[in-house]
Design a protein around this ligand. Structure first.
Ligand SMILES: Nc1ncnc2c1ncn2[C@@H]1O[C@H](COP(=O)(O)OP(=O)(O)O)[C@@H](O)[C@H]1O
Ligand SMILES: N[C@@H](CCOP(=O)(O)O)C(=O)O
Length: 322
């Protein structure tokens, strides 16, 4: 359960008085998520999500995230909207943390996505990429090459506690990616964490996207590679090419990938696997025992990274024309 910061009823009621959000009826911590503290509120005005921003979220980045949700929603992407306070601010403070109230999105995330869902995700990702055009704010990706190296520097000396040989393997991978990382691919605003738990479905219909707190400006095809990693591997670690084909078809139907983006997919997928391996490893080594959060397994992403290392062309991901 990701509740890092506790709240109390008295403070919460005072916080809510700054909004046109009705009277508090009940609230509870949400037993999902890793990054921030989330609470589900029921008020006389309906259901709302209260988010207290934690460890990896810089307060100075919040206008980018909250503004992006407004921009995307005004372009037809179904995503939560931050509520303004009476004074117009989208951001307040609760229990000493920056905090926002956001609209509740109906739907639930899929524990066992099928190829048809992967197609919907590919389509929604491309639609998000197109809809984000014209968004005025910029945010460099804090978790790209430079950020990976910084994160690795904090974990490297303890990596072999998790798996023998990791320090050498990941050091080599970083050196490879530093030389091979693409520089000329089309860029835009990417979600950067579009995992199954951040995509809601009502039945088989995709109903919305949440959790824009890693969004940033980066290569659009890098976002595609994140989704291949997050949606197209099975629990046993095998890559499901049918899911990959569906996801890539869905994406291509809205925003066709260029030849250069297709050629770069194996390297991008190595990079995105490494990115999630590194944050998971860091959390694995530093999250205190007993914290109210379910730690995610870094080794799952090491296996994905090893898979991408032996991929020769994007055809192996299910791209018919690669
Ligand atoms: N706008 C929303 N509408 C409905 N549920 C939400 C919304 N935002 C978050 N949640 C719930 O909270 C959980 C954690 O949210 P998330 O933004 O992924 O947290 P974190 O940033 O900590 O990873 C989600 O899996 C979902 O159950
Ligand atoms: N998707 C990341 C962790 C970030 O958590 P989320 O709840 O914000 O999706 C991972 O799986 O490592």
């Amino acid at each position: 359960m990701a509740v890092y910061t506790d709240i109390n009823e008295v403070d919460l009621k005072a916080f809510l008085r700054q909004y046109d959000a009705g009277e508090l009826m009940s609230y509870k911590g949400i037993a999902e998520g890793v990054e921030n503290s989330n609470f589900l509120l029921h008020t006389t005005a309906g259901s709302l999500i209260l988010t207290l921003y934690e460890k990896r979220v810089e307060k100075s980045d919040l206008p980018f995230f909250l503004g992006l949700m407004h921009h995307l929603s005004s372009r037809g992407v179904n995503c939560p909207l931050p509520l303004p306070r009476h004074d117009g601010a989208l951001l307040g403070e609760l229990s000493g943390r920056p905090a926002a109230l956001i609209t509740f999105l109906e739907g639930m995330w899929l524990r066992k996505p099928e190829p048809a869902h992967c197609r919907e995700v590919g389509k929604a990702l491309a639609e998000m990429h197109m809809a984000s055009e014209g968004f005025a704010l910029r945010r460099p990706n804090a978790l790209s090459l430079y950020g990976w190296k910084a994160l690795w520097a904090k974990s490297a000396s303890r990596a072999d506690e998790v798996l023998s040989g990791l320090e050498e393997e990941i050091g080599g991978e970083l050196a490879f990616l530093e030389g091979a990382w693409p520089k000329e691919l089309p860029e835009g605003v990417i979600h950067a964490d579009l995992f199954p738990d951040n995509v809601f479905f009502l039945g088989d219909q995709l109903s919305g996207l949440i959790d824009f707190y890693f969004a940033c400006n980066d290569m659009l095809a890098y976002d595609v590679s994140i989704c291949l990693n997050a949606w197209c591997f099975e629990k046993d670690g095998s890559y499901n090419i049918t899911k990959g084909m569906a996801l890539l078809d869905g994406y291509n139907a809205v925003r066709p990938l260029s030849a250069a983006e297709i050629a770069a997919l194996p390297v991008l997928a190595r990079g995105s696997a490494l990115r999630f391996f590194l944050t998971r490893l860091y959390d694995w080594l530093t999250t205190p025992e007993g914290a109210l959060v379910v730690k995610k397994d870094p080794i799952e992403y090491l296996r994905k990274l090893r898979f991408h290392r032996q991929v020769v062309s994007a055809a192996e991901y299910g791209l018919a024309s690669a």
